[in-house]
Design a protein around this ligand. Structure first.
Ligand code: 13P
Ligand code: SF4
Length: 306
Protein backbone atom coordinates (compact mmCIF):
# COMPACT_ATOMS: atom_id res chain seq x y z
CA UNK A 1 0.00 0.00 0.00
CA UNK A 2 1.31 3.41 -0.91
CA UNK A 3 2.26 5.59 2.02
CA UNK A 4 0.23 8.72 2.67
CA UNK A 5 1.75 12.15 2.02
CA UNK A 6 2.09 12.95 5.75
CA UNK A 7 3.83 9.57 6.31
CA UNK A 8 6.30 10.24 3.50
CA UNK A 9 6.97 13.75 4.83
CA UNK A 10 7.57 12.40 8.32
CA UNK A 11 10.07 9.85 7.04
CA UNK A 12 12.01 12.48 5.12
CA UNK A 13 11.91 14.77 8.12
CA UNK A 14 13.65 12.11 10.21
CA UNK A 15 16.11 11.26 7.45
CA UNK A 16 17.19 14.90 7.00
CA UNK A 17 16.94 15.88 10.66
CA UNK A 18 14.56 18.65 9.60
CA UNK A 19 11.99 20.73 11.45
CA UNK A 20 8.73 21.95 9.91
CA UNK A 21 7.55 25.40 11.00
CA UNK A 22 4.10 26.59 9.92
CA UNK A 23 2.40 29.95 10.26
CA UNK A 24 -1.04 30.12 11.88
CA UNK A 25 -2.63 30.90 8.47
CA UNK A 26 -1.51 27.66 6.82
CA UNK A 27 -4.11 25.11 5.74
CA UNK A 28 -5.22 22.43 8.25
CA UNK A 29 -3.20 19.66 6.51
CA UNK A 30 -0.01 21.71 6.82
CA UNK A 31 -0.68 22.73 10.43
CA UNK A 32 -1.20 19.04 11.25
CA UNK A 33 2.21 17.90 9.94
CA UNK A 34 4.15 20.84 11.42
CA UNK A 35 6.39 20.57 14.48
CA UNK A 36 5.45 24.10 15.48
CA UNK A 37 2.60 26.39 14.43
CA UNK A 38 2.84 30.03 15.43
CA UNK A 39 2.93 33.74 14.62
CA UNK A 40 5.88 35.55 13.04
CA UNK A 41 7.59 36.25 16.35
CA UNK A 42 7.12 32.78 17.77
CA UNK A 43 8.40 31.14 14.58
CA UNK A 44 11.52 33.36 14.52
CA UNK A 45 12.23 32.36 18.11
CA UNK A 46 11.62 28.67 17.27
CA UNK A 47 13.91 28.91 14.23
CA UNK A 48 16.68 30.18 16.53
CA UNK A 49 16.17 27.49 19.14
CA UNK A 50 16.05 24.44 16.91
CA UNK A 51 19.06 22.16 16.52
CA UNK A 52 17.65 20.78 13.25
CA UNK A 53 19.91 21.31 10.24
CA UNK A 54 17.07 21.92 7.84
CA UNK A 55 14.12 24.25 8.41
CA UNK A 56 11.11 23.72 6.15
CA UNK A 57 9.18 26.97 6.43
CA UNK A 58 5.48 26.75 5.58
CA UNK A 59 4.58 30.41 5.35
CA UNK A 60 5.62 33.31 3.12
CA UNK A 61 9.04 34.44 1.94
CA UNK A 62 9.87 37.13 4.54
CA UNK A 63 9.32 34.56 7.31
CA UNK A 64 11.64 32.00 5.70
CA UNK A 65 14.18 34.76 4.97
CA UNK A 66 14.12 35.84 8.60
CA UNK A 67 14.75 32.23 9.68
CA UNK A 68 17.73 32.08 7.29
CA UNK A 69 19.13 35.45 8.41
CA UNK A 70 18.98 34.31 12.03
CA UNK A 71 20.49 30.89 11.15
CA UNK A 72 22.84 31.48 8.20
CA UNK A 73 24.50 28.07 8.63
CA UNK A 74 21.19 26.21 8.25
CA UNK A 75 19.32 25.20 5.13
CA UNK A 76 15.96 26.98 4.98
CA UNK A 77 13.40 25.74 2.48
CA UNK A 78 10.26 27.55 1.32
CA UNK A 79 8.14 24.84 -0.40
CA UNK A 80 6.62 27.32 -2.88
CA UNK A 81 9.09 30.02 -3.81
CA UNK A 82 6.32 32.26 -5.16
CA UNK A 83 4.64 32.47 -1.73
CA UNK A 84 5.32 36.12 -0.97
CA UNK A 85 3.77 38.88 1.11
CA UNK A 86 2.60 41.68 -1.25
CA UNK A 87 2.67 44.14 1.64
CA UNK A 88 6.37 43.44 2.29
CA UNK A 89 7.05 44.45 -1.30
CA UNK A 90 5.33 47.81 -0.91
CA UNK A 91 8.50 49.35 0.49
CA UNK A 92 11.88 49.20 -1.24
CA UNK A 93 15.34 49.99 0.09
CA UNK A 94 15.99 52.92 -2.26
CA UNK A 95 12.83 54.82 -1.27
CA UNK A 96 13.40 54.08 2.41
CA UNK A 97 16.94 55.42 1.99
CA UNK A 98 15.50 58.72 0.68
CA UNK A 99 13.04 58.94 3.58
CA UNK A 100 15.85 58.37 6.09
CA UNK A 101 17.78 61.25 4.50
CA UNK A 102 14.75 63.52 4.93
CA UNK A 103 14.55 62.67 8.66
CA UNK A 104 18.14 62.39 9.87
CA UNK A 105 17.30 62.03 13.59
CA UNK A 106 14.66 59.36 13.13
CA UNK A 107 15.05 55.67 13.88
CA UNK A 108 13.63 53.06 11.51
CA UNK A 109 11.41 50.32 12.90
CA UNK A 110 10.74 47.69 10.23
CA UNK A 111 7.84 45.31 10.56
CA UNK A 112 9.15 41.78 10.07
CA UNK A 113 6.98 41.76 6.90
CA UNK A 114 9.80 43.36 4.87
CA UNK A 115 12.48 42.20 2.43
CA UNK A 116 16.03 41.58 3.66
CA UNK A 117 17.38 44.74 2.01
CA UNK A 118 14.79 46.90 3.77
CA UNK A 119 15.64 45.22 7.10
CA UNK A 120 19.28 46.04 6.39
CA UNK A 121 18.38 49.77 6.65
CA UNK A 122 16.40 49.43 9.89
CA UNK A 123 17.44 50.06 13.47
CA UNK A 124 15.20 47.32 14.81
CA UNK A 125 12.47 44.95 13.58
CA UNK A 126 9.14 44.24 15.20
CA UNK A 127 6.14 42.00 14.71
CA UNK A 128 2.49 42.66 15.46
CA UNK A 129 3.05 40.96 18.84
CA UNK A 130 5.68 43.40 20.08
CA UNK A 131 5.37 46.54 17.90
CA UNK A 132 4.17 48.82 20.72
CA UNK A 133 6.88 47.64 23.13
CA UNK A 134 9.61 48.01 20.49
CA UNK A 135 8.60 51.51 19.36
CA UNK A 136 8.30 52.69 22.97
CA UNK A 137 11.76 51.30 23.75
CA UNK A 138 13.57 53.43 21.14
CA UNK A 139 15.49 56.53 22.20
CA UNK A 140 14.50 58.69 19.23
CA UNK A 141 11.22 60.61 19.34
CA UNK A 142 10.82 60.33 15.57
CA UNK A 143 10.19 56.82 14.26
CA UNK A 144 9.97 55.85 10.59
CA UNK A 145 7.69 52.81 10.52
CA UNK A 146 7.49 50.54 7.45
CA UNK A 147 5.49 49.22 5.66
CA UNK A 148 2.07 48.67 7.29
CA UNK A 149 0.22 51.91 7.87
CA UNK A 150 -2.60 50.31 9.85
CA UNK A 151 -0.20 48.65 12.30
CA UNK A 152 1.69 51.96 12.47
CA UNK A 153 -1.51 53.85 13.38
CA UNK A 154 -2.32 51.21 16.01
CA UNK A 155 1.15 51.64 17.56
CA UNK A 156 1.02 55.45 17.34
CA UNK A 157 -2.20 55.46 19.38
CA UNK A 158 -0.49 53.55 22.17
CA UNK A 159 2.78 55.43 21.94
CA UNK A 160 1.59 59.08 21.73
CA UNK A 161 5.00 60.27 22.97
CA UNK A 162 6.48 59.23 19.60
CA UNK A 163 6.20 61.05 16.30
CA UNK A 164 5.65 58.30 13.78
CA UNK A 165 6.28 58.68 10.06
CA UNK A 166 4.15 56.02 8.43
CA UNK A 167 4.68 54.29 5.11
CA UNK A 168 1.50 53.87 3.04
CA UNK A 169 1.61 50.04 2.86
CA UNK A 170 -1.36 47.79 3.56
CA UNK A 171 -2.22 44.12 3.73
CA UNK A 172 -5.15 43.58 1.37
CA UNK A 173 -6.40 40.58 3.35
CA UNK A 174 -6.80 42.70 6.50
CA UNK A 175 -7.43 46.14 4.99
CA UNK A 176 -10.44 44.76 3.09
CA UNK A 177 -12.23 43.58 6.24
CA UNK A 178 -15.18 45.97 6.37
CA UNK A 179 -17.14 47.41 9.28
CA UNK A 180 -20.25 45.72 7.85
CA UNK A 181 -18.53 42.29 8.02
CA UNK A 182 -17.99 42.71 11.76
CA UNK A 183 -21.39 44.31 12.42
CA UNK A 184 -23.17 41.45 10.64
CA UNK A 185 -21.23 38.82 12.60
CA UNK A 186 -21.96 40.68 15.84
CA UNK A 187 -25.68 40.66 15.03
CA UNK A 188 -25.58 36.92 14.37
CA UNK A 189 -23.46 36.15 17.45
CA UNK A 190 -24.30 38.78 20.07
CA UNK A 191 -22.37 37.01 22.87
CA UNK A 192 -19.16 36.70 20.91
CA UNK A 193 -16.07 38.73 21.68
CA UNK A 194 -14.42 40.43 18.69
CA UNK A 195 -10.67 39.82 18.22
CA UNK A 196 -8.93 41.52 15.29
CA UNK A 197 -5.41 41.85 13.93
CA UNK A 198 -3.72 45.29 14.09
CA UNK A 199 -3.27 45.15 10.30
CA UNK A 200 -7.00 45.94 10.09
CA UNK A 201 -8.18 49.51 9.53
CA UNK A 202 -8.56 51.73 12.65
CA UNK A 203 -12.38 51.70 12.39
CA UNK A 204 -12.32 47.88 12.63
CA UNK A 205 -9.99 47.97 15.63
CA UNK A 206 -12.38 50.46 17.28
CA UNK A 207 -15.27 48.05 16.81
CA UNK A 208 -13.29 45.16 18.33
CA UNK A 209 -12.85 44.12 21.95
CA UNK A 210 -9.14 43.39 21.41
CA UNK A 211 -6.44 43.69 18.74
CA UNK A 212 -3.78 40.98 18.91
CA UNK A 213 -1.17 39.19 16.85
CA UNK A 214 -2.34 35.74 15.76
CA UNK A 215 -0.63 34.07 18.74
CA UNK A 216 -2.13 36.77 20.97
CA UNK A 217 -5.57 35.65 19.79
CA UNK A 218 -4.68 32.00 20.52
CA UNK A 219 -3.59 32.83 24.07
CA UNK A 220 -6.59 35.06 24.70
CA UNK A 221 -9.12 32.51 23.41
CA UNK A 222 -7.57 29.82 25.61
CA UNK A 223 -7.50 31.81 28.82
CA UNK A 224 -10.75 33.81 28.47
CA UNK A 225 -13.94 32.51 30.10
CA UNK A 226 -15.80 33.69 26.96
CA UNK A 227 -17.04 30.85 24.71
CA UNK A 228 -17.57 32.56 21.34
CA UNK A 229 -15.26 34.74 19.27
CA UNK A 230 -15.47 36.68 16.02
CA UNK A 231 -12.04 36.45 14.39
CA UNK A 232 -10.92 39.44 12.31
CA UNK A 233 -7.83 38.04 10.64
CA UNK A 234 -6.95 35.49 7.94
CA UNK A 235 -9.50 32.78 8.47
CA UNK A 236 -6.95 29.92 8.55
CA UNK A 237 -6.29 30.82 12.20
CA UNK A 238 -9.72 29.42 13.09
CA UNK A 239 -8.51 25.85 12.46
CA UNK A 240 -5.91 26.15 15.25
CA UNK A 241 -8.36 27.98 17.51
CA UNK A 242 -10.98 25.23 17.09
CA UNK A 243 -8.46 22.43 17.51
CA UNK A 244 -7.11 23.85 20.75
CA UNK A 245 -10.50 24.94 22.14
CA UNK A 246 -13.05 22.26 21.19
CA UNK A 247 -15.59 23.68 23.66
CA UNK A 248 -15.53 27.17 22.07
CA UNK A 249 -16.89 28.65 18.84
CA UNK A 250 -15.01 30.82 16.35
CA UNK A 251 -16.61 32.87 13.59
CA UNK A 252 -14.24 34.00 10.80
CA UNK A 253 -14.72 36.83 8.30
CA UNK A 254 -15.33 34.58 5.30
CA UNK A 255 -13.58 36.85 2.77
CA UNK A 256 -10.34 37.13 4.81
CA UNK A 257 -7.99 34.84 2.91
CA UNK A 258 -4.28 35.34 2.15
CA UNK A 259 -3.77 33.56 -1.21
CA UNK A 260 0.00 33.36 -0.71
CA UNK A 261 -0.34 31.57 2.61
CA UNK A 262 -2.49 28.98 0.86
CA UNK A 263 0.10 28.16 -1.79
CA UNK A 264 1.81 25.60 0.46
CA UNK A 265 0.41 22.10 -0.08
CA UNK A 266 1.43 18.66 1.22
CA UNK A 267 2.60 17.75 -2.30
CA UNK A 268 4.89 20.80 -2.42
CA UNK A 269 6.24 20.11 1.08
CA UNK A 270 7.04 16.52 0.09
CA UNK A 271 8.74 17.57 -3.14
CA UNK A 272 10.77 20.23 -1.36
CA UNK A 273 11.96 17.67 1.17
CA UNK A 274 12.91 15.19 -1.56
CA UNK A 275 14.91 17.78 -3.50
CA UNK A 276 15.88 20.12 -0.62
CA UNK A 277 14.68 22.99 -2.82
CA UNK A 278 13.71 25.83 -3.17
CA UNK A 279 16.32 27.08 -0.73
CA UNK A 280 16.51 30.60 0.65
CA UNK A 281 19.73 32.13 -0.67
CA UNK A 282 20.90 35.55 0.44
CA UNK A 283 24.36 37.06 0.23
CA UNK A 284 26.50 36.96 3.40
CA UNK A 285 26.81 40.73 3.34
CA UNK A 286 23.04 41.26 3.18
CA UNK A 287 22.42 38.69 5.91
CA UNK A 288 24.95 40.34 8.18
CA UNK A 289 23.26 43.74 7.76
CA UNK A 290 19.70 42.43 8.07
CA UNK A 291 20.58 40.32 11.14
CA UNK A 292 21.34 43.39 13.28
CA UNK A 293 17.74 44.73 13.55
CA UNK A 294 16.27 41.22 13.78
CA UNK A 295 18.70 40.19 16.49
CA UNK A 296 17.94 43.40 18.45
CA UNK A 297 14.26 42.43 18.45
CA UNK A 298 15.06 38.84 19.51
CA UNK A 299 17.35 40.09 22.28
CA UNK A 300 14.60 42.37 23.57
CA UNK A 301 12.25 39.42 23.62
CA UNK A 302 14.78 37.44 25.59
CA UNK A 303 15.15 40.28 28.05
CA UNK A 304 18.66 41.24 27.02
CA UNK A 305 17.68 44.78 26.11
CA UNK A 306 20.23 46.46 23.84
P1 13P B 1 1.30 37.48 12.98
O1 13P B 1 2.73 37.72 13.29
O2 13P B 1 0.36 38.12 13.92
O3 13P B 1 1.02 36.01 12.84
O4 13P B 1 0.98 38.15 11.58
C1 13P B 1 1.65 37.79 10.42
C2 13P B 1 1.00 38.32 9.25
O5 13P B 1 1.48 38.20 8.15
C3 13P B 1 -0.27 39.00 9.44
O6 13P B 1 -0.89 39.13 8.26
FE1 SF4 C 1 1.26 39.47 4.03
FE2 SF4 C 1 -1.26 40.06 4.60
FE3 SF4 C 1 -0.66 37.63 3.78
FE4 SF4 C 1 0.09 38.47 6.21
S1 SF4 C 1 -2.01 38.14 5.47
S2 SF4 C 1 1.35 37.36 4.74
S3 SF4 C 1 0.53 40.62 5.78
S4 SF4 C 1 -0.45 39.53 2.59
Amino acid sequence: MEKSLPQQILELKKKHHAVILAHNYQSPQIQDIADFVGDSLDLSLKAMKTDAEIIVFCGVDFMAESAKILNPEKTVILPDKTANCPMAEMVDAESLGWLKKEHPGAEVVAYINTTADVKALADICCTSANGVKIVKSRKAKKIIFVPDRNLGLFIQKQAPEKEMILWPGICRTHHDIKKEDIILLKKKHPHAEVLVHPECQPEIIELADFAFSTNGMVTHAKTSPVKEFIIGTEKGLCYRLEKENPDKKFYPVSSAVCPNMKKTTLEKVLKSMETLKPKINLSDDLMQKARIPLQRMIDMERGEKK
